[in-house]
Design a protein around this ligand. Structure first.
Ligand code: ATP
Ligand code: MG
Length: 604
């Protein structure tokens, strides 16, 4: 295929809503205008050594967002070059999390490949002047890309650089390799093995591959410049010996390519145009370019762009540290709703739309900064406010008896399902003589400006009557067990005294009709804005990050669905947990209605 044919057959960019603007999109816009590439092609390349987190979500939204906005493709690629830390469980979770996050938004942009097949990339002697790999989009027999699928090709490329005299086999120990590397302000020292002949290098590299040497005995290194001001250019290791099973290639290999060698080549093989990663890789970019340029490959070559990673306050986003929380059983697993993992966030009831809205809102820059977690929480509230069905539930019940309401009488009152969505309609809720209200909504000796229920005081029951507290009933220990109240029976909507001004309105449920549910009240996992600032994040765990209560819920919640979201009025947003069964409902609090932490920090 010639270049002009390829360009002519490239799909036109579909119209999408106005796209955000940032320095990476500016570059892509320019490339699209110049028709620099037949198609924009990005990738999301997680290492399957843990579950994805909110930081990865930012990268997914950026890479898939660009593919979506510019009529391109974004490959999902397992960056699986390290055999010892990676597991199939992580691969599966990554696929599920990415699909969830892009579902209904960019699934048609997801680049996959036919199962078991690998794109055939050009070799060093390829005379084509242009290379465009085949792309398979979603369909029946497809799977993500795996860097480990390219081990044969990457090995061939290593042989080619060696043949060019640009790589050598080194016998220095890992310790000496480090020592010889020098420091940023001090040049390194050349290895005594650097001058080996091409023949000897090829022979030793083949024998490394054949398993003749133990782990750590030898490495293949690029021959660049031991005095380079950039440490990454001081003869970086390209291959090391690891006699270890790999989750994808099994026992086939005992040498494995290093990230820097495998990554640029994987990008090339897949035809990636814009290889977008976080800032810590900026110093690796000269090596990325060096490897590709020295292989004399058909163009175009991918190019790397770096942006500042997401560092949210009150959270830890490092797989290495998240794994400790999981292994130490500080949380219930990778999908514990308090974790910033995508699976934890999803389980907690946050929608993919809210995550994407957040990722778009924070933007993409080159400046490293802390993102206030309140920004994420705001995006969650905005999203849930629009979609959540309003329901009444009482988290810490206290019985209320309406003494002037006839025993056995039940009224069906109208309650609004979602004031933000008139189409959601209304439902009937039963009112009876015995109710539950929340303990927090009653105080025996309240402070000034307390507008909820108090002895002798009045409050409106949402959708129902104004009641007055006449008597507080306590048990032998002095604990309040019941409140006896009288209702103003004319104060319901449409009644003679309905318009009476009452400062407080509280929620309630009918005692006889209410159903029990376990409700898990989550709060921030850490109580310090930068939990790892002092290197000891476990010291800053919030002891109140989970409270479990048995709530009294309005009966309609028996029909609650996993895919729906609920607002328990005045309390927060809730979603069914995966542990919920028809016999035992379990709800997770996704988020409170208001930011209680903002108030706390103002007090300080
Ligand atoms: P961690 O430090 O959590 O282990 P990582 O960078 O090692 O993360 P990878 O699996 O290598 O994790 O990351 C896959 C992609 O996601 C990379 O392109 C990486 O740059 C990006 N990424 C990782 N963390 C963040 C973050 N906090 N914000 C934005 N992008 C991120
Ligand atoms: Mg990494």
């Amino acid at each position: 295929m010639s270049k002009s044919e390829t360009v002519a057959s490239a799909p036109a960019a579909p119209a999408v809503e106005p796209r955000p603007s940032d320095f990476i999109r500016d570059i892509v816009t320019k490339h699209v205008a110049e028709v620099k590439y037949p198609q924009i092609h990005t990738r999301f390349p997680p290492e399957p050594n843990g579950y994805l987190h909110i930081g990865h979500a930012k990268s997914i939204c950026l890479n898939f967002g660009i593919a979506r906005e510019f009529g391109g493709i974004c490959n999902l690629r397992m960056d699986d070059t390290n055999p010892t830390k990676e597991e199939v469980e992580y691969v599966d979770s990554i696929i599920a999390d990415v699909k969830w996050l892009i579902s209904g938004w960019a699934d048609d942009r997801l680049g996959l490949k036919p199962k078991g097949k690998t794109p055939e990339a050009p070799t060093i002697n390829d005379k084509r002047d242009f290379y465009l790999p085949p792309v398979t989009k979603a369909g029946a027999d497809v799977e993500p890309f795996y860097a480990s699928d390219y081990f044969d090709q990457i090995y061939e490329y290593a042989v080619q650089v060696t043949k060019k005299g640009l790589a050598y086999v080194d016998d220095l120990s890992a310790e000496d390799t480090d020592k010889y590397r020098g420091a940023p302000d001090r040049p390194g020292k050349e290895s005594p093995f650097r001058t080996r002949s091409v023949e000897e290098n090829l022979d030793l590299f083949t024998r490394m591959k054949n398993g003749e040497f133990p782990d750590g005995a030898r490495t293949l290194r690029a021959k660049i410049d031991m005095a380079s001001p950039n440490i990454w250019m001081r003869d970086p290791v390209l291959y090391r010996i690891r006699h270890a099973e790999h989750h994808h290639t099994g026992g086939k290999w005992c040498i494995y390519p290093m990230y820097d060698f495998a990554h640029c080549l994987s990008d090339y093989i897949e035809g990636i145009t814009h290889s977008i990663c976080t800032l810590e890789f900026e110093v690796h970019r000269p090596l990325y370019d060096w490897i590709l340029e020295n292989l004399d490959l058909p163009r175009p070559l991918p190019h790397q762009y770096e942006f500042a990673k997401l560092i949210p306050s009150y959270m830890i986003v490092s797989k290495r540290k998240l794994i400790q929380l999981v292994n130490d059983k500080i949380v219930s697993g990778w999908d514990d709703p308090r974790l910033p993992t995508i699976s934890g966030i999803r389980r907690r009831g946050v929608t993919a739309e809210a995550v994407r809205a957040f990722a778009y809102h924070i933007g993409v820059t080159k400046y490293i900064s802390l993102t206030d977690i309140a920004v994420f929480e705001h995006a969650i509230r905005e999203d849930l406010n629009k979609r959540a069905l309003r329901r009444l539930a009482v988290l810490r019940p206290i019985k209320v008896v309406i003494t002037n309401y006839p025993e056995g009488k039940i009224e069906e009152l109208d309650a609004v399902n979602n004031p933000e969505d008139p189409g959601a309609g209304t439902r009937k809720i039963p009112f009876a003589r015995e109710l539950y209200i929340d303990r927090d909504d009653f105080m025996e000796t309240p402070p000034p400006k307390y507008f909820r229920l108090r002895p002798g005081g009045e409050v409106r029951l949402k959708y129902a009557y104004i009641i007055k507290c006449d008597q507080v009933i306590k048990d032998a220990s002095g604990k309040i067990i019941e409140l006896h109240c009288t209702a103003d029976l004319e104060s319901k909507t449409g009644g003679a005294t309905a318009g009476r001004k009452i400062k407080g309105t509280i929620h309630w449920v009918s005692a006889a009709h209410a159903i029990d549910a376990e409700v898990r009240l989550y709060d921030r996992l850490f109580n310090a804005p930068e939990p790892d600032a002092d290197g000891d994040f476990k010291k800053h765990l919030n002891p109140h990050s989970l409270e479990v209560v048995t709530a009294k819920c309005e009966a309609s919640l028996k029909e609650a669905k996993h895919e729906l979201r609920y607002q328990f009025e005045r309390l927060g947003y809730f979603a069914l947990d995966k542990d919920s069964t028809p016999g035992k409902l379990v709800f997770d609090r996704t988020i409170t209605l208001k930011d209680t932490w903002a108030k706390e920090s103002q007090k300080m």
